[in-house]
Design a protein around this ligand. Structure first.
Ligand code: MN
Ligand code: MN
Length: 418
């Protein structure tokens, strides 16, 4: 077993005899590869070639993934890979934009949620469609016009910009169109790891696979009127930028009126972010974004030197998207198994329900990422709130901590430390 091998290596290298000062130094080194080399030599007796790598290797990927290439001494055993960069995903180019997806097929552990990164030019349209999964979205760049009809057939048309969200329940037909000056890019999150952007109900695909005389009868027109309908799906296509929002809203509403449901959530809406010393956290779930009944989110910013504290989520798996900055995350997977992986802009991360983890900013710029859950509500428990709300003698007896250390522990959930 890999875990046993790791343990054997550790004892052979005399790791357990390393001074606490060396351990403390190792723990703050982070992903800097030169520093990691130092750490290696501190652990290994002079001349020990155990960690050398004379054969072929991808130097750029090794440098970007120091915690995989040179695991921390606390990592052990087989833990399922929980990172997938969008850079590895197939990019589906079309006139008007592109999309790429990370699903359970790319990242095997990600069973409950999947993500699609999509770019639309100004005027570019993600065509009218729906799917069996619910769709939650975060605007990464630019602006877009979204449309749908609700369960009563009433229309919803609005414009969204960077930082805004939307949510479309399963079976609710919708569209997205990039607006001037440069369209949009957004992250779509679906409440099904097996979701595929290639398997949605598209208006053009449906019509192309329905007998023309049936479509003609349905619309009450002659079949000749339908001669120019596309023979295959469009998915994404380029057209003119739309006119004024109010005019689109008026015409879509017709005699039925507009939907009373708000399918979008804007950066200006409450709750505002919780501001902390080294970052901020904004939780948005169905308590504030009513329609989002199957997907909850936390939008997290961690300043350099900060860390999203040791915690876990009792209610759901966590799907992450890294928007900016650099991080490392360790997932403790029970049974003496733990793995640390490195993350940066464009990566997907994943933590199975209830498994403990932390996310540390290892860079020199702000770390920003999405925590996504297939749930109507956001929930987390932190190590510090657990231990500070358990009889102190009991905690002390477990961890051999003195009273001063127990007293110093945060009494509430700090979310981000220090
Ligand atoms: Mn969709
Ligand atoms: Mn988490």
């Amino acid at each position: 077993m890999a875990g046993d091998t790791d343990k054997e290596l550790l004892s052979r290298r005399g790791f357990l005899g390393v001074s606490s000062a060396a351990l403390a130094a190792a723990s703050v080194l982070g992903p800097d590869s030169a520093a990691r080399q130092e750490q290696g030599s501190a652990q290994n007796p002079k001349g020990d070639r155990s960690a050398s790598d004379p054969g072929p290797t991808n130097a750029a990927l090794d440098a970007a993934n120091p915690d995989s290439n040179h695991p921390l001494p606390t990592d052990a055993g087989g833990v399922q890979t929980f990172k997938y960069p969008f850079s590895f995903a197939h990019k589906r180019f079309q006139e008007g934009g592109w999309s790429r997806e990370v699903t359970v097929r790319e990242l095997a552990v990600s069973k409950s949620l999947a993500g699609v990164d999509m770019r639309l030019t100004a005027g570019g349209v993600r065509e009218l469609h729906w799917h069996t999964a619910a769709e939650w979205a975060y605007m990464l760049y630019g602006s877009a016009r979204i449309t749908c009809i609700d369960g009563d057939g009433k229309s919803f048309v609005t414009d969204v910009k960077e930082g805004d969200l939307w949510y479309f329940p399963p079976g609710i037909p919708h569209s997205i169109q990039g607006l001037p000056p440069d369209g949009a890019e957004f992250m779509l999150v679906f409440d099904d790891g097996n979701f595929s952007e290639f398997e949605t109900v598209l208006l053009t695909d449906w019509m192309a696979h329905t007998p023309p005389d049936v479509v003609a009868k349905n619309f009450g027109v002659a079949p000749s009127a339908l001669a120019k309908m596309p023979k295959r799906e469009k998915f994404i296509f380029q057209t003119d930028v739309p006119g004024p929002l109010a005019e689109d809203q008026r015409r879509a509403a017709g005699a039925l009126g507009a939907s009373p449901i708000d399918f979008a959530f804007r950066t200006t809406q409450h709750p505002a972010p919780t501001k902390l010393k080294t970052g901020e956290v904004r939780v948005i779930d169905s308590s504030s974004f009513k329609i989002s009944t199957t997907i909850a989110a936390a939008i997290v910013t961690v300043r350099p030197g900060g860390m999203r504290e040791l915690h876990w989520h009792p209610n759901a798996d966590e799907w992450q998207f890294y928007i900016s900055g650099q991080a490392r995350m360790t997932v403790f997977a029970t049974g003496a198994r733990a793995r640390t992986m490195d993350f940066e802009m464009g990566d997907v991360g994943y933590i199975q329900k209830t498994l403990p983890h932390y996310v540390e900013n290892t860079g020199t710029t702000d770390l920003k990422f999405l925590e996504m859950f297939k749930s109507s509500y956001y929930q987390d428990l932190a190590l510090s709130e657990w231990l500070s709300h358990t009889p102190p003698e009991l905690v002390a007896a477990h961890l051999n901590l003195d009273k001063a250390t127990l007293d110093a522990m945060p009494k509430d959930k700090p979310l981000i430390v220090p």
